[in-house]
Design a protein around this ligand. Structure first.
Ligand SMILES: C[S@@+](CC[C@H](N)C(=O)[O-])C[C@H]1O[C@@H](n2cnc3c(N)ncnc32)[C@H](O)[C@@H]1O
Length: 269
């Protein structure tokens, strides 16, 4: 298998990413802090949904999104037609033509897990950030996906999902690596934190949305995993079926957390 974006850009996947944005944008925007009248760059902006929410919250700020896939970038443009303060550039984040020191904040979300050289990406974020500015990331660590009651076969499927992501050139455990990655990229002032995603049967709507996202991540790799004999079909489909049952009838709890990092570029750089 060659390096490849594990989720792809099908319509189903775009719907899943839109749902994930709906669930996680508000808390990420709060994490960015006060963004009034700032210049901001989103590395790997996907469908531009987060940029849209940010542009609405901070109409005086200028936001640039960088996205490698034309399929995603064109949706990102469609998603931001009325936002005169937004520009979407189709480019590999590592080959952008942006001048050094362009932005008050550069951030990436759910990107570093998919790239072969995350340190190079963060170095690029540091380069394009103004001295005194912030470099922010939010990523996952797939050891943190917990359902209670347990779903039979889930651990095996997740283990193989992680193996698949590694084979495709990504890192499913990038969350725990963020401190090292920022340090290797030359950032000295680094703050780490967690963003919890805790869902219980007592709030069925939110529980369902989160489980839908989890189910669609698995369905998106079903063919690839079965083709490569990574998990027996019966086990894979059994896990998807069990998640589907929890969506139909929420039960127990689902626990997860994102790993977050903010780095500060020294004012003297
Ligand atoms: C999981 S999506 C996350 C999108 C968005 N950041 C969000 O939070 O919704 C990852 C995105 O990064 C893009 N991507 C992957 N590698 C990239 C690269 N080297 N340069 C630019 N974009 C990249 C993918 O095409 C995809 O749209």
């Amino acid at each position: 298998m060659t390096e490849k974006y594990i989720h792809g850009t099908s319509k189903d996947e775009q719907a899943r990413l839109r749902l994930l944005n709906k669930i996680t944008n508000r808390s990420f925007i709060a994490y960015l802090g006060d963004c009034h009248d700032l210049s901001i760059c989103d590395f790997g902006c996907g469908l531009g949904t987060l940029i849209g929410d940010l542009a609405e919250a901070y109409p005086g700020s200028k936001i640039v999104g960088l996205e490698i896939s034309e399929a995603q970038a064109s949706v990102a443009r469609q998603n931001n037609p009325g936002h005169g303060n937004v520009a979407i550039i189709r480019t590999d984040v590592l080959c952008n033509d942006l001048p050094a020191g362009s932005f008050d904040i550069t951030y990436c979300r759910y990107l570093l897990e998919h790239v072969a050289d995350p340190v190079a990406v963060v170095k690029e974020m540091v380069r394009t950030t103004k001295p005194g500015g912030k470099i922010v990331s939010q990523e996952n660590d797939l050891h943190n996906v917990i359902y209670h009651p347990e779903i039979k076969g889930h651990d095996e499927v997740m283990q193989q999902f992680c193996n698949l992501q590694i084979k495709l050139g990504g890192s499913p455990f990038i969350g725990r690596e963020l401190f090292d990655i920022y340090k290797s990229a030359g950032v000295t002032e680094i703050e780490l934190s967690y963003a919890p995603e805790i869902y219980t049967e007592n709030d069925p709507e939110k529980y369902r949305a989160w489980m839908q996202n989890s189910l669609h991540i698995l369905l998106g790799v079903r063919e690839m995993m079965l083709q490569h004999n990574m998990v027996p079909e019966k086990i894979f489909d059994g896990v998807c079926h069990a998640i589907g049952e929890r969506i139909a009838s929420p039960k127990g709890v689902s626990l997860f957390h994102w790993n977050r990092v903010t780095g500060y570029k020294r004012a003297s750089c």
